[in-house]
Design a protein. Structure first.
Lengths: 265, 669
């Protein structure tokens, strides 16, 4: 029996091997190489400079501006996105029946090419001096996936739980607070994390909207900083900012996971 | 759990070491090549080119071993020189000037132009017998000619019916033009001529063993070579090669071709199958007629049409034992480097490919050429991407001889000589003092706006619209670059919100759509007859006699403290080249060659300029010696706002605000 189990384990590991190899070749090794580039002065001389590049990047006012703008998207657009997604998911799961027929419409933003949307956005938001168009575009593009996830979470809650609770005398408010909210919380956490990660990827929408590598200050995000350094062949600043961004995302994700575990406990 | 964490940690460490150590750290010191023993370079430089006829009146020649036959203008004789001494004089045919000399067996052939018409003459050197055949009246000029056996092959055209014929082209950008050239095979025993079926013939040359090489053009593949076996009356397969473009004169030896490169006024050699890797045989030679480049006894002979002298240089040399120097050239760089005894193989690439090659540390190129106007120049300078040239012989002398502005940019922050400037361009104003005074224009004390005002005033007189030229884009770039250069000399930030820049903006908007900006000099040889002034980045005629009495002044300065700015083209050595030693040898040869050259506007020593007394040359010298050669950032940073501002879609204030923000972001992010 033990041998069978061992053989089975070995087979499983072998099946995982191609995927692990791919992850190693396309993610781990390139990431480590970026880490290496962030610690040398340039790719020709390759003198090890330790964390000097990090100090220089962190002190750079444009990196600070980009980081601030990226964090602002997280603090403003993501909560609005999740709130809207929750409302729509609730309506789709429990609300007006007619709304269910429009389910497909919420998925469409994910399918429409960004360039086409931006064309329309530019006509609608001509002369806009705030980052509102970019925030709205981010919400519009990402609401679909959040709705799918949250709707699935709502519909996966067993009706029997509600029945049992009603029999125990729970009112509607208690039903939702004690059953619905805890049951969908993991999915909400996941949606929030996914939206935060996607917020760091906001670039092509902004680039197409402003048509320049140097958008207004309020829309200058980390992606612009990295992209511009790439174009200027400053691979050390690019590598450093990429590593810093990955650390920030990693911290946010870990914080989210820990928060969720605490909630579950 | 702990075991798992330690396994993961070890795994990451190993991966880190693998990717970190995979690329060998290149320390230029390790690759330092000791150049001290390789400093003797003398093949292919001007010192190896000898003048074998210096009468200044040669119109045609023939080199045959130790014999040199010369035909001079206003003479109906052909003079034979043996080992440099005059041996015999021949009087052939019906008189008249002799051209297109060629020889086969004991027969010397020539074409002579007489009042009666065109004659093909033959002279039997064994028994002194001469014959002459009058050529068909449709043949009024012979472009090139060679003789094999009892036949003469001649490319001719009819000057009396000279016109351009429409030809289907292989590539619409091809430079081939057909003016009715025809190839005739003439029987020298009876003078009968038959046309050969080679449409669009360009040039021909005799090869050894009874083979004639024809160079022609067709719509299937463009330019091609084909060999004609005279004995068998058979053509070989066409060998297409569009790397040579139009050739006026060439000689062939095996696969080697010696040809006249009129674009660069030199005779070069390459392979018939190649055309990219080239060696300079004789620089500063203008060989424009079909028989003006010849090969004989391992030497190349060329007639310089400008001087009327015949030159000789080794055609096959130590070049054969040297690997070609591979030059990666940005598309913007049009010039050619002298080969200085080496073979150069040029590869023109786009900016993106260029950067990728350099950043990827490729070893498949030896040199790269770019200019300061390209935005990545300054990035590459600071990265130490290239081999430092401090220890290469003649480089220090070369950089010390440069204008101060050029010397400054050739050295990076570590004191390394990282590049060699090869040419420079500074915007200047070419003007005729007399004409300017006549129309009340004082070039030397003009401001930037005064140039436009002068243009407006002259344009109002219709007769003067071809007497001046103002390139608005050139002027605008000049003003902006002067401003940026001034700002950057004080720090790494530019403040565009100043009276000076606002003034520039005002000038740009006020004059951007003015009619007088359409004015241009005539595109004919008499363009300077009523010339007043022109604002140009580079004037090809600067050494011409037509402008020798003119003057040159720099573009007006925008404010006090500003300097004229210019662009510089330069070369760098790839530190990862797999032919580093050969490349450094070439750099040394190049520096030595350039230090001996004249009239190259990169050197500060006035004795290098032959006509420095002429006001046009001394004026230009002053402009270049005081100019600042700066690296520029890309105009794309603010181009959109600039265009919107010129189209009056945004105000000057908004433009200044945006350009301030974007440029400083570019410089400091």
């Amino acid at each position: 029996m033990k041998n069978k189990l061992l053989k089975w384990n070995t087979k499983c590991k072998l099946c995982l091997l191609p995927s692990l190899l791919g992850t190693l070749v396309f993610f781990v090794i390139p990431y480590l190489r970026v880490l290496y580039y962030s610690m040398i002065d340039n790719q020709f001389r390759r003198n090890f400079v330790g964390f000097a590049n990090y100090a220089k990047t962190l002190q750079n006012k444009y990196f600070q501006l980009a980081l601030l703008n990226s964090l602002l998207i997280i603090l403003t657009a993501v909560p609005v996105l999740i709130a809207l997604a929750l409302a729509v998911s609730l309506a789709l799961s429990y609300g007006i029946k007619k709304l269910r027929a429009l389910r497909t419409a919420f998925i469409l933003p994910m399918l429409i090419p960004t360039a086409s949307i931006v064309l329309i956005w530019k006509t609608v938001f001509t002369g806009e001096k705030t980052p509102l168009p970019i925030y709205l575009l981010f919400i519009w593009k990402n609401i679909g996936i959040c709705i799918i996830l949250l709707t699935a979470a709502f519909t996966s809650i067993d009706e029997a739980l509600y029945e049992a609770a009603r029999l125990d005398g729970a009112n509607t408010f208690q039903l939702h607070i004690k059953i619905t909210v805890p049951m969908i919380m993991p999915t909400v956490f996941f949606s929030v994390l996914l939206s935060i990660v996607n917020s760091f990827k906001v670039f092509k929408e902004s680039y197409l909207f402003y048509g320049s590598n140097y958008p207004p200050d309020h829309s200058y995000t980390l992606q612009y900083y990295m992209n511009n350094n790439f174009l200027k062949l400053d691979y050390q600043s690019l590598a450093t900012s990429a590593v810093l961004t990955s650390i920030i995302v990693f911290i946010i994700v870990i914080a989210g996971i820990l928060l969720q575990r605490k909630w579950d406990a | 759990m702990k075991k798992k964490i330690s396994i993961i940690f070890i795994f990451m460490l190993v991966s880190f070491l693998i990717c970190g150590c995979s690329a060998e750290k290149k320390n230029p010191d390790k690759n330092n090549v000791n150049m001290a023993s390789n400093s003797e370079i003398d093949i292919g430089d001007p010192n190896s080119v000898r003048e074998v006829y210096s009468g200044g009146d040669c119109v045609a020649f023939l080199a045959n071993g130790n014999d040199l036959y010369i035909s001079t203008e206003n003479s109906d004789e052909i003079i034979k020189y043996k080992d440099g001494n005059e041996e015999t004089r021949y009087s052939l045919g019906e008189g008249g000037m002799h051209t297109n000399l060629c020889i086969s067996d004991n027969f010397l052939y020539s074409v002579s132009y007489t009042d009666k018409g065109l004659f093909l003459n033959s002279f039997n050197t064994a028994n002194n017998e001469t014959k002459s055949f009058e050529l068909d009246h449709s043949i009024t000029s012979v472009l090139s000619m060679c003789a094999v056996g009892e036949y003469v092959y001649a490319i001719t055209w009819d000057l009396d019916n000279y016109r351009k014929y429409d030809v289907e082209k292989f590539d619409e950008n091809d430079d081939y033009c057909n003016y009715g050239e025809l190839i005739y095979k003439i029987n020298t025993s009876d003078g009968s001529a038959e046309k050969m079926d080679i449409p669009n013939i360009v040039c021909l040359a005799e090869k050894a063993n009874g083979i004639v090489v024809f160079y022609a053009y067709d719509s299937e593949g463009g330019y091609y070579f084909t060999e004609y076996d005279c004995e068998k009356n058979k053509f070989s397969e066409k060998k297409y090669n569009n790397n040579f473009k139009y050739i006026f004169s060439f000689a062939a030896d095996g696969d080697t071709i010696l040809f006249s490169d009129l674009n660069n006024a030199k005779v070069s050699s390459s392979g018939i199958s190649d055309g990219i890797a080239r060696s300079d045989i004789a620089p500063n030679i203008w060989a424009k007629s079909g028989n003006d480049v010849q090969f004989s006894g391992g030497y190349c002979y060329a007639l310089d049409s400008m001087t009327g002298n015949v030159f000789m240089a080794p055609a096959v040399s130590a070049q054969k034992n040297k690997a070609p120097i591979r030059a990666c050239i940005s598309e913007l760089f049009n010039g050619e480097l002298p080969t200085c005894g080496h073979t150069l193989k040029n590869e023109h690439v786009s900016d993106e490919e260029f950067c990728l090659k350099i950043l990827a540390n490729d070893s498949d190129y030896d040199l790269c050429m770019m200019q300061t106007g390209q935005p990545f120049s300054i990035e590459l300078r600071n990265k130490g991407a290239f081999y430092p040239l401090n220890d290469v012989p003649y480089v220090k002398e070369y950089t010390d001889a440069l204008f101060p502005g050029l010397k400054k940019i050739a050295v990076n922050e570590n004191g390394d000589i990282w590049m060699l400037p090869v040419s420079a361009e500074v915007v200047s104003i070419l003007y005729d003092d007399e004409m300017c005074s006549k129309y009340g224009i004082d070039i030397k004390s003009m401001t930037c706006e005064d140039i436009y005002k002068a243009g407006k005033k002259l344009y109002s007189d219709e007769s003067l619209r071809e007497s001046f030229a103002i390139r608005h884009l050139v002027c605008a770039n000049c003003m902006i670059e002067q401003y940026e250069s001034l700002m950057l000399s004080k720090g790494n930030e530019i403040n565009y919100d100043s009276d000076t820049f606002r003034d520039i903006c005002r000038i740009l908007t006020e004059y951007s759509n003015s009619d007088f900006l359409q004015a241009n000099l005539k595109n004919t040889s008499d363009r300077y007859d009523s010339f007043i002034f022109s604002v140009e980045a580079y004037n090809m005629d600067i050494f011409s006699d037509k402008v020798s009495n003119f003057n040159v002044a720099g573009f007006p300065l925008i404010c006090e403290g500003a300097k004229q700015t210019g662009d510089c083209q330069y070369i760098c050595v790839n530190a990862n080249s797999d032919n580093l030693e050969g490349t450094l040898e070439y750099i040394s040869s190049y520096c030595k060659y350039m230090l001996e050259s004249k009239n190259t506007f990169i050197f500060s020593d006035k004795s290098r300029y032959t006509d420095i007394d002429k006001p046009v040359i001394s004026g230009l010298y002053e402009v270049y010696s005081n100019a600042d050669f700066t690296y520029r950032f890309p105009r794309e940073v603010f181009e959109e706002d600039y265009i919107r501002f010129l189209n009056e879609e945004i105000s000057a204030d908004d433009f200044i605000k945006e350009i301030n923000r974007k440029v400083n972001m570019y410089l400091n992010e």
